[in-house]
Design a protein around this ligand. Structure first.
Ligand code: HEC
Length: 289
C-alpha cells in the first residue's frame, strides 16, 4: 500500500514536471517568434509620382487584378478577405484596401508594397512584397492611383494571428517575413531581347509568387508548383489559352493555377502574354544569372 502511494506520488511529480516544461517551451516559442515578428527595419521614404486621370486609374485597376491584389487576396474589390483560417498555423485577414490606403501616405504605401516594411518599421508577413519589389515606379504609381480612387467600403481591418505551429515554422525558417523573403530572392536568368525583358518583368512580378523567385517551381504550405520551363512544351496559342481560360495542355483544369488564370491572368493583354511566352519559352535553356 505504501509502495503504491509513493509510486503515485512519483508519477504525479513527473507529470507536473512535464507540464512545467511544456509551459516553458511554449513561452520560449512565443517569445522567440515575437522577436522575429517585432524586428524593425529602416522605413522607406522614397516617394513615387501618382498619376491622375481616368486612363491611369483604369490601368491601375487592371494591374491590381493581374498582380492578384483584387479578385484574390484582398477580396473582389479590395474590401478585405479572410484568406487563411487554420488557428494552429495562422489566421490571416487581408485588410480592406479602401480603408488602408486612406491611413497611409503614398511613400508609406509604396514602402509596404515594394519593401515589405510597415510605417512602424516591422515587416509584413503574408503580403508577397518579394514579387512586388521589382515593380516599376510607373506601375506602383498607377496601382496607388487606382486604390485612392475607390470609394471606401465596409470591410475587415488587418488581422493576423500566428498559432503555435506557425510560430514553430517561423523559428525553423519554413515561414519567413517579407523582408527576409526579399533578401533571399534569386532572380531568374536575364532576357535576351526587349520583349523577353518585359516578359521577365511580368513573370517576376506576377508568376514568381507561386512559381518561386527564380521561376523554377516552389513548394508552399498549401501547394507545389512546377518550373515555368514547362512553357517550352506549349505553343503560343496553347499558352494564351491557359492564361485566358485556365485550361492547360490536354484540356486539364488545375486546382490552383486554373482559378488564378480565370480570375486574374485573364486580364493580361495580348502583348503581355506574348512577352511572357517569349521569355518563359527560353527559360529551360537560359544560363542562370
Ligand atoms: C496563385 C499561384 C500561382 C500563380 C500566381 C501562377 N501560377 Fe502557374 N501554377 C500554379 C500551381 C500551383 C501550378 C500546378 C498546378 C496546380 O496545382 O494548379 C501551376 C501550373 C502552371 C503551369 C503548368 C501547366 C501544366 O501544363 O501542367 C504553367 C505553364 C503555369 N502555371 C504558368 C504560370 C504563369 C505564366 C504565371 C504568371 C503569369 C503563373 N503560372 C502564375 C500556381 C500559380
Amino acid at each position: 500500500m505504501r509502495a503504491m502511494k509513493s509510486l503515485l506520488r512519483l508519477i504525479g511529480i513527473a507529470l507536473g514536471a512535464v507540464g512545467v516544461l511544456a509551459v516553458l517551451a511554449l513561452g520560449a516559442l512565443y517569445a522567440l517568434s515575437e522577436r522575429i515578428l517585432d524586428r524593425t527595419y529602416p522605413v522607406p521614404t522614397a516617394t513615387v509620382a501618382i498619376p491622375t486621370g481616368p486612363e491611369a486609374i483604369h490601368e491601375g485597376r487592371r494591374l491590381a487584378i493581374v498582380h492578384g491584389c483584387l479578385n484574390d487576396c484582398h477580396g473582389k474589390e479590395g474590401e478585405g478577405l479572410l484568406i487563411f483560417d487554420q488557428p494552429i498555423l495562422v489566421r490571416i485577414v487581408a485588410p480592406n484596401l479602401t480603408a488602408a490606403t486612406r491611413r497611409y501616405t503614398d511613400a508609406q504605401l509604396a514602402g509596404i508594397i515594394r519593401q515589405g516594411v510597415r510605417p512602424d518599421g516591422r515587416s509584413v508577413l503574408v503580403m508577397p512584397s518579394e514579387i512586388f519589389a521589382p515593380l516599376s515606379d510607373a506601375d506602383v504609381g498607377r496601382i496607388i492611383a487606382f486604390l485612392r480612387s475607390v470609394p471606401p467600403v465596409a470591410g475587415p481591418g488587418p488581422s493576423i494571428s500566428v498559432g503555435p505551429l506557425g510560430r514553430l515554422y517561423l523559428l525553423d525558417g519554413r515561414v519567413e517575413t517579407a523582408v527576409a523573403r526579399i533578401a533571399e530572392s534569386v532572380p531568374p536568368p536575364p532576357a535576351t531581347s526587349p520583349e523577353g525583358a518585359f516578359g521577365r518583368y511580368l513573370a517576376r512580378t506576377i508568376c514568381a509568387g507561386c512559381h518561386g523567385s527564380d521561376l523554377h517551381g516552389a513548394s508552399r504550405l498549401t501547394f507545389v508548383s512546377p518550373s515555368l520551363a514547362v512553357v517550352a512544351a506549349y505553343s503560343p496559342d496553347a499558352f494564351a489559352h491557359l492564361m485566358r481560360t485556365g485550361v492547360a495542355l490536354g484540356g486539364r483544369l488545375l486546382p490552383v493555377m486554373s482559378p488564378r488564370a480565370q480570375r486574374n491572368l485573364s486580364s493580361l493583354t495580348d502583348e503581355e502574354i506574348a512577352a511572357l511566352y517569349s521569355y518563359l519559352r527560353a527559360l529551360a535553356g537560359a544560363a542562370s544569372r
